[in-house]
Design a protein around this ligand. Structure first.
Ligand code: FES
Length: 181
């Protein structure tokens, strides 16, 4: 795509998809109709195309998914913040023969819903505990130490090699909480 104002981009070839990640200091599609912009980006000019779309202009969020024969053909996610959908989850949707109703709702929500929610990249490999699980537990249960995380999730309770990462997540989560307050 012809895009200006981009300060970072990368292209990754996955199984049945190519993913572009772009970042810059200005919104990609600042003005006008983002739906028209996304359709032009993907060359979708059929008014009856299976097209899912969500927009929150105040939050700077836009999501669109083009579905063909019940499979994802293209999708784009824009956000003013670094909170785009999990890569592994999106990749798993491209591997599906058919999107079900829950998948369609989830892509518009920008995250998996219900069962199988994204646990994030693995932090504690001994117990298979993901980053999102740990951060959620820190936030919701007010955990303050790595030992408390271990008591709650087991993470850190075997070889201990993940404990420095647990401590970093404690700090990061606290900083995020303070900056949101
Ligand atoms: S990696 Fe977490 S205890 Fe071993």
């Amino acid at each position: 795509p012809a895009l200006t104002g981009i300060t970072y981009w990368t292209r990754i070839h996955g199984t049945q998809f190519v993913r572009y990640e772009l970042a810059g200091r200005n919104p990609l599609s600042e003005q006008g109709d983002r739906g028209a912009w996304a359709r032009a980006l993907f060359g979708v000019d059929d008014a009856h195309a299976d097209w899912l779309e969500y927009e929150d202009r105040t939050a700077g969020v836009y999501r669109a998914v083009h579905v063909v024969d019940d499979r994802i053909e293209n999708c784009v996610f824009l956000s003013a913040r670094p909170d785009l959908p999990a890569r592994e989850w999106l990749a798993s949707l491209f591997a599906k023969d058919k999107l079900d109703e829950a998948d369609r709702i989830a892509v518009l929500a920008g995250q998996p819903i219900g069962k199988g929610a994204d646990t994030g990249p693995t932090v504690c490999s001994c117990f298979g505990v993901g980053r999102n699980t740990i951060c959620t537990a820190i936030r919701e249960q007010g955990l303050k130490t790595a030992a408390q995380i271990t008591a709650c999730l087991k993470a850190g309770g075997n070889c201990g090699s993940c404990v420095p990462e647990l401590k970093k997540l404690l700090v990061d989560t606290e900083l995020a909480r303070l900056s949101a307050a």
